[in-house]
Write a protein that binds this ligand. Structure first.
Ligand code: SF4
Ligand code: SF4
Length: 67
């Protein structure tokens, strides 16, 4: 089974929090005020965060999940 999830380049993240605000699933948090991280178990791959990220560092990837 495949699942779509958000991936981000954390070394380029400016921790602005935009992705945290727009995510409908509360799947993103800012780790220690430094960079965003995605909880893949909550992410539904809707791509809202990718559209809104001012640094354009979020992409949606397909991930194989063992059912
Ligand atoms: S793709 Fe959607 S659900 Fe996943 S982290 Fe981004 S906004 Fe949240
Ligand atoms: S919107 Fe982009 S730059 Fe801002 S915290 Fe999220 S991933 Fe980082």
């Amino acid at each position: 089974m495949a699942k779509r999830v958000a991936k981000l380049q954390k070394d380029l993240c400016v921790a602005c929090g935009t992705c945290v605000k727009v995510c409908p699933k509360n799947a993103i948090s800012i780790y220690k005020g430094k960079y965003a991280q995605v909880d893949e178990s909550k992410c539904i791959g809707c791509s809202l965060c990718a559209k809104e990220c001012p640094a354009s560092i979020i992409t949606i990837k397909t991930k194989e999940v063992v059912a």
